[in-house]
Each structure stands twice: as structure tokens, then as C-alpha cells.
Design a protein around this ligand. Structure first.
Ligand code: GLV
Ligand code: GLV
Length: 323
């Protein structure tokens, strides 16, 4: 008998076929809880799941899926998962690191260029005909300016490498100094990072420890000419404090691909600020990268169910325990 797996992410037809050859598929609309969407007798037999970060994997869902062995996240971030609860039940959590580093780094660099050179306003300036009244106001160089990275994981490293091509000195702070960052970026203390960066970019995961970890105090350390960029997770930043800082001119601007509330409502104060560039959580959202992510997510699930060690495990101790 084939294992039953919940599919709560759109699958390309060829992958759906491959998964269906090995598993019984139980479709759940993206973001709906399988606890509500799937009848209890089916839920009791579900051993695998592939889902997005819109599915909350908490104690209640784990209770509703008593036979679950593996859940494969279609994302590198896994703040939708109570990892401790999953681990204590021996449920393996997989994710998609590595394949999206370049795409997220590109949006980070793009936001930096938009902020420093005011490219979004420049587009509106030309379209509106305002150019006829005189030239566009002068902007700021990024070359020679210091890029500060909060977090030096895979994505941070690609951002650092890319920034070197812009002749930017790169400094970083991480929980521990990263030996692989040597030659690419210089480790500094956390406060020093906020004080010295001309562009401060966030590349840490969201957790109980990092929630609102960039707040009023950190923003007040930053230069009034500095930009904040967040392509990681919205709640890492205390958004109310950020809005205050942007209004007061404590910092010069912010480029955000992620927010505390997504989708961001048009009535949100951020949407009314001229010194902000916003994107709709699109860091990994290219055809090529999303395909690589779904390939990896499905491979992780099939490997785990087939008894082969998956390439990307969040809590590998559950794998060792099962083996
Ligand atoms: C996207 O936000 C991801 O975590 O992959
Ligand atoms: C993100 O989670 C990374 O690998 O940097």
C-alpha cells in the first residue's frame, strides 16, 4: 500500500505524476489546515506532507496527523513549524536551502540600488512628465559604502560575494563567527554593525529569539544616511519602530520584501512613506528558482518516505532516531 501524503502546494504536472506514482495524494488548498480540510479517518493514515509556510505545523496539527513521519516545507524558512514539537514526536522536517540563495541575494541588491539611486521614484518622474521641469534630484553612491549583514548563512554569503563586485566593504554579525566568511566579510560586534553600516541587510531566520530583534534601539544606532533592507522575515523587525525611524529620519530609508503582515494592506503606514521600497515577498519567486525549490521539496519527501536520507533536514536527529 502506498503512503498517504498531503499536498498543500501547487505541483508542476511532471512532479505530481512522480509523487502520485509512489504515494496516495490528499490535496489540501494552500494555507488551509489539514486538520479542517481532511476527514479524520484519512488524516489518521497520513505519513507525509509537502506544504508552504502558510501551513502552521504546531502541536494541534501534529495531534491531527498522528501517523505523520515527514513534512517537507516548500521554503528555506521554517518559522511556520514548531520544530521542538515535531522533533519530540519524531516528525522529520525538511526545507529547501541553497537553491534560492542567488535569487534572494539579487532582490537584496536590487532593493539597495533602488534605495540609493531612487530608481522607483525616477521611473514615476519620467512617466509623469516632471522631467520637462528640470533634472531628477541627485542620489547616493553605493560604491565604497559599507554593507552590514545581520546573519551570515548561505544567503548572507552570496550577498557578501555580490557586494564585493560593487566595491563595498562588507561587515557582518552572526551568532558565531563564520570561518567561511573570511576574506569576504569582517566580523563585528552587533552594535558596531548597526553603527557602521551604510546599508544594513537582514539575513537571519525568524524564531522566538529573533522576533523584533531589530527594534528601536538598533535603529537608533544606525546612521541617518543608512538604509535598512529586509528580505528575510518581516517580524524580525519591529515594524512600528521602523515606521517611527523612517518618519523621524533616524535612518534614510528601507527596502522590504517581507513585512509583519503579508499581504501588506494598502492602508499600512509603510505604503505612505516615500523613503521605502516595497516588494511582495518575491525573493525566491522566479520560474527557475521556484522549480528548483519544488524539485528539492518533493525529493526530500520521497527520499524520507523511501528510507533514503533527504538532502535537507531541519531536525536531522529525528532521522537518526528513525534509522
Ligand atoms: C521564502 O520566504 C522561503 O523561506 O523560502
Ligand atoms: C537562509 O536560511 C540561509 O541559508 O541563509
Amino acid at each position: 500500500q502506498k503512503p498517504k501524503v498531503i499536498v498543500s502546494v501547487p505541483l508542476p504536472p511532471d512532479l505530481r505524476e512522480r509523487l502520485a506514482a509512489a504515494c496516495d495524494l490528499v490535496d489540501v488548498p494552500m494555507g488551509q489546515s489539514p486538520a479542517d480540510a481532511v476527514p479524520a479517518d484519512v488524516r489518521a493514515q497520513v505519513s507525509g506532507m509537502v506544504c508552504t509556510m502558510k501551513t502552521r505545523i504546531d502541536q494541534a496539527l501534529l495531534d491531527a496527523l498522528p501517523a505523520l513521519k515527514v513534512s517537507s516545507n516548500f521554503a528555506v524558512g521554517f518559522d511556520n513549524v514548531d520544530v521542538a514539537a515535531a522533533t519530540s514526536r519524531g516528525v522529520l522536517i525538511c526545507n529547501t536551502p541553497g537553491v534560492l540563495d542567488g535569487a534572494v541575494a539579487d532582490v537584496t541588491i536590487g532593493l539597495m540600488l533602488c534605495l540609493a539611486r531612487n530608481l522607483v521614484a525616477g521611473d514615476a518622474f519620467v512617466r509623469s512628465g516632471a522631467w520637462a521641469q528640470g533634472p531628477f534630484p541627485l542620489t547616493r553612491d553605493i560604491r565604497g559604502k559599507t554593507l552590514g549583514l545581520l546573519g551570515m548563512g548561505r544567503i548572507g554569503r552570496v550577498v557578501a560575494r555580490t557586494a564585493r563586485a560593487f566595491d563595498m566593504p562588507v561587515i557582518y554579525h552572526n551568532r558565531r563567527e563564520d570561518p567561511e566568511a573570511g576574506g569576504l566579510a569582517t566580523f563585528v560586534e552587533r552594535d558596531e554593525l548597526f553603527k557602521s553600516a551604510d546599508v544594513l541587510s537582514i539575513h537571519i531566520p525568524l524564531s522566538a529569539q529573533t522576533r523584533h530583534s531589530v527594534g528601536k534601539r538598533e535603529l537608533s544606532l544606525m546612521k541617518p544616511t543608512a538604509y535598512l533592507i529586509n528580505t528575510a522575515r518581516g517580524p524580525v523587525v519591529d515594524e512600528a519602530a521602523l515606521v517611527d525611524a523612517l518618519r523621524a529620519g533616524t535612518i534614510a530609508g528601507a527596502g522590504l520584501d517581507v513585512m509583519e503582515q503579508e499581504p501588506l494592506p494598502a492602508t499600512h503606514p509603510l505604503c505612505g512613506l516615500p523613503n521605502v521600497v516595497l516588494q511582495a515577498h518575491v525573493g525566491s519567486a522566479t520560474h527557475e528558482t521556484r522549480r528548483a525549490m519544488i524539485d528539492l521539496a518533493v525529493a526530500n519527501l520521497l527520499d524520507a518516505l523511501g528510507g533514503r536520507q533527504p538532502a535537507a533536514m531541519v531536525n536531522p536527529e529525528t532521522w537518526k532516531a528513525a534509522a
